[in-house]
Design a protein around this ligand. Structure first.
Ligand code: GLU
Length: 264
């Protein structure tokens, strides 16, 4: 199956955008990207798709707002940075979606929320209600309250849990690479893009997993974990490059490369 076919077949789509895609190389928020992305989401919604966004970028937005806290590694400072940055992040998303006449709703979640029956039912109902009313929910981890035991830690896994909870048809993870390669394409020019993954255990035997990149927390490992989670529930996952212009639109038109993890 091609990437655009996977999108065409799906009505309920969870899309995750990583910090590296949302921030420019100088660490400031890429508002042009956010505007263009909101427009592309709006076009999909007009075609009858339902969209839930998972957006990273709170910490990097906090760093770019406060500037002088950038070097502090202390956990309380990092949680405080997320609390500052989350406001900045949503401010930009609100502006971007308002240009498309769309409202947004914010949900900040921790692992605990997914494990608790009542909370997860409330999250599910809130998502259904928001989407039914034409609002775009935007989810992030509640970084300023989470500690190790209740932390998901990365938005790749958070997106997978969201896709399962909302009974999505498809999960799209936008990252700063075209997909999964046989080796790190930044250091090995012979690395090959893997376009379709039918078996994740087999994939794990074929590729080398490197370390994480500049702003994000996940790296390839958490993206594979996300695919492991969703495909078990019959939800395919696309990993694609969000850092290029019209990334979402290109995927829907078969103009973009990526890795499609098919449901088992
Ligand atoms: N929740 C974190 C933030 O908004 C990012 C987590 C991730 O990059 O996966 O900064």
């Amino acid at each position: 199956m091609k990437l655009n076919e996977a999108i065409q077949k799906s009505r309920k789509i969870v899309i995750k955008i990583g910090s590296n895609t949302l921030a420019k190389t100088d660490g400031t928020q890429n508002t042009e990207f956010m505007q263009s992305f909101a427009r592309q989401c709006s076009n999909l919604i007009k075609q009858g798709k339902q969209i839930v966004l998972v957006s990273s970028g709170a910490q990097v937005a906090g760093v770019s707002t406060t500037k002088e806290w950038a070097r502090k590694k202390d956990v309380h400072y990092r949680q405080a940075l997320c609390s500052i940055g989350q406001v900045e992040l949503m401010h930009q998303w609100r502006k971007a979606f308002a240009m498309e006449n769309l409202h947004i709703g914010q949900l900040l979640l921790t692992k605990d929320d997914f494990e608790n029956e009542h909370r997860s039912l409330n999250i599910r109902n809130t998502l259904f209600t928001l989407v039914d009313e034409g609002v775009v929910p935007i989810i992030n981890e509640n970084d300023s309250v989470s500690f190790d035991e209740i932390k998901i830690g990365d938005n790749d896994n958070l997106s997978a849990l969201t896709a399962i909870l909302w009974s999505a048809d498809l999960l799209i993870l936008f990252t700063d690479e075209n997909g999964i390669y046989t080796d790190n394409p930044k250091t090995n020019k012979d690395a090959q893009l893997i376009e379709v993954v039918n078996s994740i255990p087999e994939l794990r035997n074929t590729i080398k997993i490197g370390e994480t990149n500049a702003f994000g927390t996940g790296g390839i490992e958490t993206k594979i974990q996300a695919a492991e989670k969703t495909t078990v529930y019959g939800i395919p996952m696309i990993l694609a490059n969000g850092g290029v212009e019209n990334s979402l639109e290109d995927l829907t038109k078969d103009n973009a490369k990526g890795t499609l993890f098919l449901a088992e």
